[in-house]
Design a protein around this ligand. Sequence first.
Ligand code: SF4
Ligand code: SF4
Length: 384
Amino acid sequence: MTEGVGLPLWLLAELTYRCPLQCPYCSNPLDYAQHKHELTTQEWFDVFDQARQMGAVQLGFSGGEPLVRQDLEQLVAHAHQQGFYTNLITSGMGLTEQRIAGLKQAGLDHIQVSFQASDAVVNDALAGSKHAFEQKYQMCRLIKQYDYPMVLNFVIHRHNIDQIEQIIELCLELNADTVELAICQFYGWAFLNRQGLLPTQEQLIRAERITNQYREKLKAQNHPCKLIFVVPDYYEERPKACMNGWGKIFFTVAPDGMALPCHAARQLPIAFPNVREHSLSKIWYESTGFNHFRGDAWMPESCRSCPDKARDFGGCRCQAYMLTGDAANADPVCGKSAYHPLIEQARAESELDSTLEKLVFRNSRNSKQFTVQQNIPVQNITDE
Ligand code: SF4
Ligand code: SF4
């Protein structure tokens, strides 16, 4: 065992990149359509067994849309038998009462459902799918009837942030245990659409104030619902401790078996190992990919001599790569970074006009076009 390396307590199983929705802020890779060779049921069982033996305790099933996998109930049952606490991270598309009951029987502990907006028109326009809102709404009712703890997740951006009251009211109506109001983080498709999604500072301040007012109100009522408000990196002056540190507790397995320290890391110019070729233990402790940004020996200035490096680990490697072209740089979110003006420029761009029609939707046609053209901006095409 490599000295000083922690345990991979959290396993994220990205079961598939397939998804019936087309969110323009999806964090899946832009070229997701070319990664098709999904792990089989048995291969996932093997991943779960190895991770559990290494000390993993939490298992998230995500994607894409994990319900696309018809073996999801089998995967949950196996993970449950191994002793994992299991969480389904879903758009709600593909859920039925039968599947909710089947997952309960399999031992699923927790469900997180994402919405795009508090009203059907905006929700369905952002999802790129008619009737998505109605489906989600009905499934949330059933999830609570089956007594699951339920998190409702809203990715907040400039097109829904002004409806924050309606969003919170909807979550209360649906009896959410926890509400995540997560201002868009800019990875994958969200980075491509950043100018059209980043809220203005004024919008952000208003939304946070209203959330705080609701918190006070709920507290006074002894209401059990918990509101989480996640401020976007782009309005911070110090970066987040991304993934709680590279290769510290998170282990992500992509649909084709690529092992990653975080779900966004696939884009980095690093050869990450595959669970089809190596054991999880070898990957976690010995691979170049997982050791690349452990510790602080890799840090250049301004991080190397900074007293905050033990707290934030220099921020997010993917953000540094996307904005500066070098993943070893300090995250430009940091006010001490020479690249911080890029963040200030993005904030200024949030004041420019933008409409939903200008957003590039996440779908296989746009993904294939992106793969062919590489960094050339894609023309928007809607899958219908
Ligand atoms: S963000 Fe939207 S498109 Fe991406 S996986 Fe989730 S539901 Fe599907
Ligand atoms: S210079 Fe580096 S370590 Fe210091 S606060 Fe900024 S990102 Fe964190």
